[in-house]
Each structure stands twice: as C-alpha cells, then as structure tokens.
Design a protein around this ligand. Structure first.
Ligand code: PLP
Length: 398
C-alpha cells in the first residue's frame, strides 16, 4: 500500500491535534468530516494509455483505497517524521509475523525478548524454525549486554517494551544501538504505550507494530494490526504485504480510524485511573507488588520516565501467597471487572497469568499469584468497591 500525506505535513502540530486533523481531505470527501467507507476491488482507467501506464491514484482494492489511505495518513502523523509508511493488516499477530517475514530468510538468526507476546514465540519456534530461522530468547533486562548474543548471522532483534503481562521494561535504545552496530534491525511491539506515549521509531526501532485491536480501536469491537517502518525497512515491508496478499476490510478500517480520533482522551483517562488504582492497591494487605512502569517503585520506572510520555491502563499485581481457590473466589466475586483476553477497550478487565510455563531465557518467580488488570473508563471508586468485595472473598478462602 503506498502513501501520501493528503493534508500536507502535520509534524509541527502536537500529537492530540494530529490525531484529530490527519487523514482528512475535506475536498475529496465532498465536505463531510470523515472519509467514506470505500468498498472496492476494481478501479477503472479512463483511457488505454492510463491503463498501460498504471496511471491513477489507486490501482486495485488490495493495494489501497481512499479509506485505507486516510487511516495510513493518520497513523503516519502519529508515528512521527521517522515513519516512512504504515502497513495495515488483519490483526496484531499478523502485524508481528508480517514484520518478521519482511526481514528474515533461511539461515538467519533471530533474538527475541523473553517477555514477548506468547503467540510471537509460537511463530518463531514453529513457523520460522520450519523455514530455517533460528531463534534465541534473551533476558528483557539485558540492555547493552545483548552485544554478547549477536552473531554474524543475527538479522533481527525483537522487543516488547514493556511485556504485556510481566510489564518488565527492556532498555530499547541500548538494545537498538548494539543491534545496529552489528547490522541487525530492531522490531518492536509498541501496543502497550501506542505511538502517543512512545515514539518507538525515534528510539532506534526500525519496525514498530501495534495490535490496533487494543487501544487504537479502543472499543473491543475490531481486530486490526498496523506496522510502521522507517525509510530503510519500508520497501521490504510493503513488498511483503503485497506478496502475501494482505488487505483489510473497509468496515474494520472505519472502526480503527474512528477509535484513533479519541485515543488521546481515552489514554489520558486510563492513565489517571490506573495510577489512582495502583495507589489504592499498594495499600492493600493482599497485594505484595505493583508491576507498572509508571509506578515509582517499579524496576522499569527510570527507563519509562526517560523513553515514554505516559502509561496506559494496563498493569499487573502480585498477591500474597494463597491457594488457587482464593484467587478464583476473588475473580468470581467481581462484577465490573470482566474476565477475558485482550485489553485496550473502554471496559475494565482482569485475568490471572503465569509466565513461568513458557519462559526460556529467564525464570519468572513473582512470589505469589499474579493478576493483570486493565483499568477502563468506569468511575474508579466503583472499580475499587468491586475489588474490595473480591478481596473479602479472597481472604475468606485463605
Ligand atoms: C493482543 C496483542 C497482540 C495481538 O493482537 P491481535 O489483534 O489479538 O492479533 C500482539 N501484541 C500484544 C502486546 C498484544 O497484547
């Protein structure tokens, strides 16, 4: 999918303004505020000459439409001036696999952070291994120590900052500097912060993906992935998307762009509510640790302060040691916190997790049961009352 910034450059504007004004071409929208939902495969050429020369803004539905162009323009404006293009794909997982496929070939070596999204590991250990790519996992806290793991054939270093369960925070600029010194490229999963709270491409990342299913879509009603690349990574990425035949439906594009318009107002609220909740949880006797880089006692706090401009509503907690039935009683008592996978919607969620079963480079020993919370847009005092009831049930089963 090719791109143009149809509204001209928005780089001088602040991020909140860019979220509102980018990807809108009022004249071509015949005055309407939003771009149309274009359903289309065939694009007609007015003359044989145009057909031979492939002349025209759009060529074929799979390669882009006014709908996809508008979303790409808005995402590019958010990613910032280092972004050469944004690919649109049907899910966050397909964003990760497509980014890796755009760079790797048989015989290559891949370094992957031990805290990455679990399906990424399954793609590396299953699919990529079958195609002759070898994966080594590394400690999320390795920093510039990554240099010792880089081999002549290491092509990619993959990071997630912070990991979406353990919330461990890798030092991406240090890892990227070591990787680039040895000719490897850096792929990062920036779903937690979104480009609003961290411009990954300005911190040494070459390809930054979003599970737009999460905060960008923002309403738990769409599956979507985006892949932003810098100028050196973009040509191979756009070619890979074309060769794999990846494209996205116009309704999903519409929902994603609609979500993107309110990203800032939602994330600022999630951040404030999550910090308020973390302060409350830190005083609870049932909670032994808060895993949230925005939290001052978190081991990743210094890196978060340096590299991020905010934190969303997703964090984890460690409970004091307790039998499984105490944790289940807590979860079964909650009414406002839903139990389910994914996050980034308007609603609060809670899920137990255990990284220990699939880690390979490091051991995960939190010292008690772990829960991940997404603090949604409900009133935070109502959410506290819900958890208060849950903790009472937890204590009754101790
Ligand atoms: C959910 C998630 C993905 C995958 O996104 P889907 O749209 O569900 O495929 C990738 N990375 C992270 C960090 C996620 O939380």
């Amino acid at each position: 999918m090719t791109l143009s910034k149809s509204d001209g450059s928005t780089d001088s504007l602040r991020a909140e303004t860019r979220l509102v004004v980018s990807g809108r071409d009022t004249a071509s929208q015949k005055g309407f505020v939003n771009p149309p939902i274009v359903r289309g495969s065939t694009v007609l050429y007015p003359t044989a000459g145009d057909l031979y020369a492939h002349r025209g803004e759009f060529q074929y539905g799979r390669h882009g439409t006014p709908s996809t162009r508008a979303l790409q323009d808005a995402l590019m404006a958010l990613e910032g001036p280092h972004c050469a293009g944004v690919g649109l794909v049907p899910s966050g997982v397909s964003a990760l696999s497509t980014a890796l496929l755009s760079v790797l070939k048989a015989g290559d070596h891949l370094l992957v952070c031990d805290n990455v999204y679990r399906p990424t590991r399954q793609f590396c250990d299953g699919f990529l291994a079958r195609y002759g790519v070898e994966t080594t996992y590394f400690d999320p806290l390795i920093g510039s120590g990554i240099a010792a793991l880089l081999r002549p054939e290491t092509r990619v270093v993959m990071v997630e900052a912070p990991g979406s369960q353990s919330l461990e925070m890798p030092d991406v600029p240090a890892i990227a500097a070591a990787a680039h010194a040895r000719g490897a490229i850096v792929i990062d999963d920036n779903t937690w912060a979104t480009p609003l709270f961290r411009r990954a491409l300005e911190q040494g990342v070459d390809i930054s993906i979003q599970a737009a299913t999460k905060y960008i879509g923002g309403h738990s009603d769409v599956m979507f992935g985006t892949i932003a690349a810098n100028a050196s990574a973009w040509p191979a990425l756009t070619e890979t998307i074309r060769l794999l035949g990846l494209c996205v439906g116009p309704d999903d594009v519409f929902l994603t762009l609609r979500g993107l318009r309110t990203l800032a107002v939602r994330l600022y609220h999630h951040q404030q509510a999550a910090m308020n909740m973390a302060q409350w949880l830190a005083r609870r006797p049932e909670v032994t640790r808060i895993l949230y880089p925005a939290w001052p006692d978190d081991p990743g706090h210094a890196i978060w302060k340096r590299d991020f401009t905010g934190a969303p509503g997703l964090f984890s907690i460690v409970l004091k040691p307790a039998p499984q039935q105490a944790v289940s009683a807590l979860l079964d008592t909650l009414k406002l916190f839903g139990m389910g996978y994914s996050w980034g919607g308007f609603e609060s969620l809670i899920i137990p997790f255990d990284c220990a079963s699939y880690r390979t480079a490091t051991k995960w020993t939190p010292g008690g049961p772990t829960l991940r919370l997404q603090i949604g847009l409900e009133n935070v005092d109502d959410l506290k009352a819900d958890l208060e009831r849950g903790f009472a049930a937890f204590n009754a089963h101790q």
